[in-house]
Design a binder for this molecule. Structure first.
Ligand SMILES: [Fe+2]
Length: 233
């Protein structure tokens, strides 16, 4: 078990404001997705070892976003070229975790968390069971967490509305996993894992862990270099 108290959380304060904001968003969203994914994996009958790796993939799945150009986030709509660039975040997440020696299961889960069951997702337009199992689980939780979160261009959807939106897009999901997710939504544990206070506590712990594992040093340094290149253009 990693000692998450090893690093000083105040190190977060030394980061650029833009990176700090992005980092907090990525981690908080990651923790919600991670918690939901573990509940879902348990519902699907997976064991502790599987759930442990899936939990890590859940927290870190969007870590590559920190490397993305800040200009992307200052607008409501993205141009096609920007959208293509934005879609590289799953590769960046994968690339960072690969370079740090994370297990293959975590790497592939993160890399493919935006693949859709019908082949319309990215980065590889994988179809059905071509999509790694962990990625199929994460995808359902990621979409739900995104819909029920506030965005710059819309308010957060209520749970029922989010489910309605997802029901209209079931072509994107592994149907067995999606049905299991609907059962999870009706379980007592569901509200515990999305409790804002718990999520905040866990987010703080994971931030410490990320500094400890040098993961944040790597992504934030690369983000700063990316930003410098953009400014100097
Ligand atoms: Fe993502």
């Amino acid at each position: 078990m990693v000692d998450m108290d090893y690093m000083n959380y105040n190190k977060l304060e030394t980061l650029e404001d833009s990176i700090k904001t992005e980092l907090v968003d990525v981690i908080v969203h990651g923790v919600v997705v991670s918690n939901l994914a573990v509940l879902l994996a348990k519902e699907l009958g997976e064991d502790e070892a599987f759930c442990h790796e899936l939990a890590i993939a859940g927290v870190l799945h969007d870590i590559g976003k920190i490397k993305m150009n800040r200009c992307l986030y200052q607008k409501d709509a993205l141009a096609v070229e920007e959208m293509k660039y934005f879609r590289m975040h799953s590769f960046y997440s994968y690339d960072v975790l690969k370079s740090l020696g994370y297990p293959d299961f975590i790497q592939e889960t993160v890399f493919h968390h935006h693949e859709n069951q019908d082949g319309s997702g990215y980065p590889h337009n994988l179809v059905g069971n071509e999509i790694p199992y962990g990625a199929r689980i994460l995808h359902v939780c990621d979409v739900f967490a995104a819909l029920t979160s506030k965005r710059s261009y819309r308010a957060a959807f209520e749970l029922e509305t989010a489910v309605e939106v997802m029901l209209e897009e079931t072509k994107n999901f592994d149907i067995e996993i999606f049905v299991a997710f609907l059962r999870v939504l009706h379980s007592d544990a569901f509200y515990d894992v999305i409790n804002p206070e718990e999520v905040e506590k866990m987010s703080e712990k994971f931030t410490k862990y990320m500094f400890q594992s040098h993961l944040l040093d790597k992504v934030t340094l690369e983000a700063e270099q990316q930003e410098e290149r953009t400014i100097s253009k």
